[in-house]
Design a protein around this ligand. Structure first.
Ligand code: ASP
Length: 311
């Protein structure tokens, strides 16, 4: 497998293979020297055109723990601000002969385009509202670590389904792992047909949220809203925020971060023992190590694909 652009490319078997490897990488953090030599002498480029804290830092750490060299480029402060196109930026970075480019971009399909313009492996670290496969992997990893197999588990993904790449990738991953997934939110934030497209149930109220074993709250994606999707954030919170008052004592809660306390989730839920948010962040490093290993460890530097598509 050369690139990781979407979670569906992996299937259940691929997800399990990567997460088993992530488990074996988990011990690296507690060693005296927090490194393994798997990618020594290889270059990983992180290219981020959108804000990020968790994804960029965990990819950087994952690459370093595999002994790779890392360059992190953010669009702000780079030649992108001088008008350089994505294609020209990729051509520039490709000249350094990276083994992998990790890319985040506000437009759906950007990672796919990048994979046509470089000889490196490309990892989609989020493209618009389309996909975020490594988030999906770390979400499955976190849950497997806490409850074991996901088969038959009832998971509700709540909030701004419409603008969320996490909803799309994570719902697919949970379903592939055998969970029953419900997408819940106001009708204006549930695109028509999304439940059928992703193999999930839909709910437009939280009346039956008690059915869920796990509640996954999504951040409101202000940056992708064109206005008018909801009457106001206060109105949204009244009806859809994941709060202690709405939850049964044994329900677990997840959130991809960054959290907007008091908007999509109560601060008391974030800080409670039912929250898996810190475990999700921690899982990000070992899971991204496993993804880099999966794509790169078997591929020799000289075996890299040399043809670059003209498109
Ligand atoms: N960090 C996640 C993403 O990049 C979730 C979010 O921003 O709401 O999609």
């Amino acid at each position: 497998m050369k690139h990781l652009l979407g979670i569906e490319e992996l299937g259940r078997e691929g997800i399990e293979r990567i997460l088993d490897r992530a488990e074996s990488f988990e011990g690296v953090a507690s060693r005296d020297i927090q490194k393994v030599p798997a990618l020594r002498g290889r270059l990983i480029v992180n290219l981020f055109y959108e804000a990020s804290t968790r994804t960029t830092s965990s990819f950087e750490l994952a690459a370093k723990r595999l002994s790779a060299d890392v360059i992190s480029v953010r669009s702000s402060g780079s030649s992108v601000e001088k008008g350089e196109s994505l294609k020209d930026t990729i051509a520039t970075l490709d000249a350094y002969e990276p083994a992998a480019i990790v890319v985040r971009h506000p437009r759906a399909g950007a990672a796919h385009l990048v994979s046509k313009w470089t000889r490196a492996s490309v990892i989609n670290a989020g493209d618009g509202a389309h996909a975020h496969p490594t988030q999906a992997l770390l979400d499955v990893h976190t849950l497997r670590g806490r409850i074991g197999a996901l088969d038959g588990r009832n998971i509700w993904i709540v909030g701004d389904i419409s603008h969320s790449r996490v909803a799309r990738s994570t719902a697919k991953a949970f379903s592939l792992m055998g969970a029953r997934v419900t997408l819940a939110g106001p009708p204006t934030l549930l695109p028509p047909g999304i439940g059928v497209a992703l193999g999930c149930e839909e709910a437009t109220t939280l009346a039956k949220i008690g059915d869920a074993d796990i509640v996954y709250a999504l951040r409101m994606q202000h940056e992708r809203m064109t206005g008018g999707d909801i009457p106001s954030l206060a109105e949204y919170s009244t009806h859809y925020a994941v709060t202690e008052a709405r939850l049964r004592p044994d329900q677990l809660v997840m959130h991809p971060g960054p959290v907007n306390r008091g908007v999509e989730i109560g601060g008391d839920v974030v800080d409670s023992g039912r929250s898996l948010i810190a475990q999700q962040v921690a899982a990000g490093v070992a899971v991204r190590m496993a993804v880099l290993y999966e794509l790169l460890a078997g591929a020799e530097k000289d075996g890299r694909m040399r043809e670059v598509t003209a498109a």
